[in-house]
Structures are given as C-alpha cells and as structure tokens.
Write a new protein. Structure first.
Length: 191
C-alpha cells in the first residue's frame, strides 16, 4: 500500500535548498527523492532514479512524514565497540610514532606483526588478523612508508672515513681525453 506524503511540511524549493546544504550525500539523495514524490512523480521512476527499492522509498516517506527533513538523516549506528578507548588510542599512537628501540623491541622498524604483539602485550587487545592491525593504523593516520632501517652495527664515522680516503679520480666520470670528435652522427658547430 502506498503511503501518502505530507505536503504541508516543506515546499519543493525548501527541499531543494535543504538538499544542497545537507551534510551527507545519502541525506541529500533522500531529500531529493522526497522532493520528487512531492512533485507528483511516479514512485517507480523515483526508485529507479535513486537506485532504491520501493520499500526503501516507503520508509523514507514515513520518516519524512514523522520528522521532516531531519527524519531522513542516518541514525546513530551502534556497531561493535572499539577495542581501545580514546586515551589508550592516543598512547598507542604515540608508542608507534616513536621509532622502535632495538634493545627493547628487538627490531629497527615496525611491521604489522610487531604492532599486533604490542597491542596484545601492552594494551591487552587481541587482533587476530593483520588486516585489522593495518586498518587500525590507517584510521590513526599512521603511514606504512618507513625510512630505510639502519643496521645495529652501523658506524657513521667509518663511512665518512671511507668517503674521505676514496680516490678523487674514480669519483668523476671519465671524459673524452683523446680530443677526437664525437661519433654520434650529428654535426656540431665548430668553436
């Protein structure tokens, strides 16, 4: 059964204006669909235009009749609660943003398995998949791109000493010292 729509809530021009300042695309589409129904278009055509079923459009009409434009907004979705509270998330992010310590952590850069281990041991949260760990890091704005790690036996002084003692002649590219013209096949200007 087709539920009649109330025409006394908003005019079509008001609905159009509300759709332009709506916070989300979903809300805007619902408002525009209601506007089309208020204009008297066939509901089958409205459903086809917005890619929804007639049942969904029936729900939208009922929500609009009960709450106006605000009734078309998405409700709060409960979903699964987050594993880490907001204060623990902040400390976790700070822990990961700090580079790992070779003595404490045993490595020089973070991998998903290392972060998974930290979550379990330090925060008491078990992530069974590495995808979930990566998704958490992405949600916190942590990048997968890391700097090239340095070996624990890295000696910067030895590298600089090697650079200073390396012969200068081998650093430069060899030039054409014979004085012969180029064999590239291209004419050059005489200088």
């Amino acid at each position: 059964m087709v539920q009649p729509i109330r025409h006394d809530i908003h005019s079509t021009s008001e609905l159009l204006a509300f759709s332009k300042v709506s916070g989300t695309v979903r809300h805007s589409h619902r408002i525009l669909a209601i506007r089309d129904v208020v204009l008297g278009e066939r509901r089958v055509d409205v459903c086809e235009r917005y890619g929804v079923t007639r049942e969904n459009l029936r729900h939208w009409v009922a929500w609009y009749n009960d709450g106006g434009v605000d009734g078309l907004k998405d409700g709060v979705r409960s979903g699964r609660p987050k594993a880490l509270s907001s204060d623990k998330l902040a400390s976790f992010k700070a822990r990961i943003e700090a580079q790992p310590d070779i003595e404490r952590d045993g490595h020089t850069r973070w991998r998903a398995v290392d972060i998974q281990k930290i979550l379990k041991e330090e925060y008491g949260v078990t992530y069974t998949s590495l995808f979930g760990v990566r998704k958490l890091c992405h949600a916190l704005g942590l990048s997968y791109v890391t700097t090239r790690p340095k070996h624990p036996g890295h000696d910067a002084a030895a590298i600089e000493a090697f650079k200073k003692n390396y012969p200068e002649s081998s650093r430069k590219s060899k030039r054409n010292t014979r004085g012969k013209p180029s064999n590239s096949g291209v004419r050059t200007k005489a200088e």
